[in-house]
Structure formats: C-alpha cells, structure tokens
Design a protein around this ligand. Sequence first.
Ligand code: SAH
Ligand code: SF4
Ligand code: F3S
Length: 469
Amino acid sequence: MLKPDLKQAKTRTKNPVLIYNDVYKLLDEDKKIGLNKKYYLKTYGCQMNVRDSETIKAILEDMNFLETDNYLEADLLILNTCAVRENVHNKVFGMIGRFKHLKETRKDIIVGLMGCMAQEEVVVDKILNKYKWLNFVLGTHNLHQLPEVIRSQQKLNINAPSIEGDIYENLPVKRTNPFTAFVNIIYGCDKFCTYCIVPFTRGKERSRQKEDILKEINKLIKAGYQEVTLLGQNVNAYGKDLNDQYYLNNLLEDIAKTKIPRIRFLTSHPWDFTDEMIEVIKNNSNIMPYFHLPVQSGSSRILKLMGRRYTKEEYLTLFNKIKKAIPNSSITTDIIVGFPNETEEDFQETIDLVKECQFDGAYTFLYSPREGTPAAKLKDNVLLEVKEKRLHRLNLIVNEHAKKSNDKMLGKIVPVLIENYSDKNKGQFIGYTDTYKSVNVIGDEKQLGKIVDVEITDVKSWSLTGKTV
Ligand code: SAH
Ligand code: SF4
Ligand code: F3S
C-alpha cells in the first residue's frame, strides 16, 4: 500500500521528470473485466480533473465497461475528487455513504476514489479507519494504474504514492466534445500559495515537451476540432522547468501557426504573465482575448499572507497593460473571502479593486482551511457569519459588473463557436464568444461545430441569448 505524504512536498527534488511512454498496457484479461458491466464516474473540481476523467473513461471503455449516469445500476463506481475546499469532501463522503448502502446488497460492486482527495493523507487515513470496504484509492499521478487496481479488486488497494509525478504520454482519451478540447501543457504547481492544497495533490510543475503538445493539437485539427484550451494550474509557468528557453509565448506562437481557429489557456498566475505573452496574444487573431487572472484579494497585506508574490498595485499594472494591449479582451478572476486576519478595511480594498477592474466575471469563495497548508496553522479568525456577509456583498458587485459587461453586447453581431445542443427540441444551442461568454443560440443543427455570426438579443449576468444571422 502506498500512501501520500504531504510533508514530502516541500522537500521534493528538482530532478528531471521521468517520462514513461509505455506504462499503460491492458492485459487480455482486463478487456474481459468490463464485459456486460457499467461504470459510473462523477467528477468534481477543475478542468484538470475534467481532462483526467476523459482519460479514466477511455481506459474503462478499453476494458469494455459502458458508461451510466445512474449509480444504482453501475458495477464500478468512481469518484474523481477535488480537495481545494472542504465542502467537496463533505459531498464526496456523502456519496461514499450512499455507495456503502449499495454494497451491502451488491457485494460485487467495485468502488474507487480518485483525484486530488486521494492525494491527501487525512483522507487516506479516514478511509483506512472508517471506509475499509472501498476497493481502491488511486492518486492523480497514477491514472495508468487503473486497470491494475480494478483487476486486484478483492482488497483495499491504496495507490497514491508520488507527489513528484511523472508525465505519461500514451494514455488514451475519450473527449467530451467533438469541437473543443482540453490539452494539458503543464502539470502541478510550484507556487505554494499558503492556503492552497494543489501543490500537494498535483506535485511539482512539469511541462510537457512542445513536440508532444503540437502532435496532439495537429491530431485534433485533423479530427475537425475548432478550439483547444491549454491547461495547467499555472499555464504561464510553462517551460520554466525545461532547459530549452521555450515558454508559453513561444508555445502559443507555434500553436497559432497551426491555424486552429481558437486557442485558449487556463489558468494564468499574474506573477508569470510576461510582456512577450501579451505581444503574442495581441498579434495572433486565433489566440482568444480571454484571460482568467485570479487576484484572490485586493489587499496587499492579505496577498502577502497568501504568498501570492504580487501587490494590489502590481496586479492592477498587469491588468491595465493587458487591457491596453488587447482592448476587446475579457478578464475574469477568482477571489477568496475571509482569509485569516482579513479586516473590513482589507475586504473594502477587494471591493474597490473589483470596482476598478470591472471584471467580466469572478468566482468567489469562502476561505476554507486545508490541512497541511501553511495557512491552516493561522487561526481561522473571521467569523463564518462575517465571511458570508462579505461574500454576499462581493457577489452583488461582481454580478453587477458581469451584467454591465454583457449589456455592452446587446444588439452586437459576434462570432460564436456552436458547441452543443442546449435544448434539442427547441432548436437551441450553446456556444461561446471569443471572449468566452456563453450564448444560448437559436440556430440550426448544421451549425454545430462551426464558428458563426450571432446577433445578441438578450443579456443576463452570466449568459447571453442570440440568433444566428
Ligand atoms: N491555479 C489557479 C487556481 C487553483 S484553485 C490559481 O492559482 O489561480 C481555484 C481557486 O480556488 C483559486 O483561485 C482560489 O480562489 C480558490 N481556492 C484555493 N484554495 C482555497 C481555499 N483553501 N479556500 C478557498 N478557496 C480556495
Ligand atoms: Fe494553488 Fe497558488 Fe498554485 Fe494556484 S498558483 S494552484 S492558488 S498554489
Ligand atoms: Fe481541485 Fe485538484 Fe483541481 S484540488 S481544483 S481538482 S487540481
């Protein structure tokens, strides 16, 4: 049994990352395991997890399992979990409780926990104490071992050993959408913001080789994809761990040359956002003018406690630089409310910053202490009631600005990639503008997967409605 060890994370080595190309192999017997069986997979958390689930699905379907969205009829039940805030833990253990009832009557079902919670020592200890009936716990660095843990389904198999992580290039993938795809470019995070569990659950920053990324994108283009979203906890750090002076701006430039119609990237840490990147984005029309640039707080004092490595003023300078270079860009952010020692004055600075930046949207969170992180040692001294009131006040302003930004779109004709049906019966589709605003489009089935001109006819805070012209 291999358990994760959070303490190792801070002392992890800077050794070159191993790249294994031949680790995922199915035995003939694996292909029989899923015959006439169904799997249920629930995904929590960020795009990284969504992308991992696309690999988990492909592996399970290689093993001949069929997917079901009803866990009651599943033979294999997997939760791909997120550890970033406590509330997901509660939901996950709630689901595990339901699976336990199921297992009482159907002893043959296989239940597994994957994702970031599997990388947490506290979670693994809890499972060892209370939930020993689970079949497996498989960490984020060990997706390739999924067939192996399903094969050895008789006893609890815990496999979440590495916080370093390697890169596995040959894992299969079942893409969720035929027109827009997630492409990992960098795994892990080295920032160690004091509140955040991600560097512990996802390991150190490891960039994929540019050749592998471009190969994947060229394959997607051949298959008709219109858009790629480059993924990383901090995409702007791409290449810093490799020795070839090739960074996100270089990668973006090379991907732009492939002529794929739309390129996006998520998430940007303000610290690593260089002038060269802004230049490349400005000069290439197929790099979309949308940036998710988490600020976390508007108070430099709190930003310091958070270990964010920038002040309010530095964030504003970057924000204004991007807006000046790319005036039509849309910028969204993340904000944490109620970090330890956050005073009313600190919070007011966050409100002022939000008003100044007029973000197109913001994800706002109550601070949630995560065991093993430095901030968890600080007293969580902002009362829940105060945190909630602040969050409410913040959300009112965030929504007001999101609505204002959408209002500007009313009556305009904008290019929208039609990604999916929103209501098949009514001929309604879901699409995204270049600035990543979601549009409910009244259109035609033939436009699925195409970038079409849409006239915006109605606006809400978080969505637009339009018709194709
Ligand atoms: N890599 C990205 C985001 C990672 S997690 C970045 O650096 O911005 C997504 C968001 O969850 C974070 O931006 C932050 O706002 C929030 N978050 C992370 N840890 C949190 C915690 N302990 N409590 C509350 N929110 C948290
Ligand atoms: Fe977490 Fe900070 Fe890394 Fe983002 S940059 S994943 S908030 S440690
Ligand atoms: Fe959650 Fe892990 Fe993503 S902790 S936010 S699923 S990297």
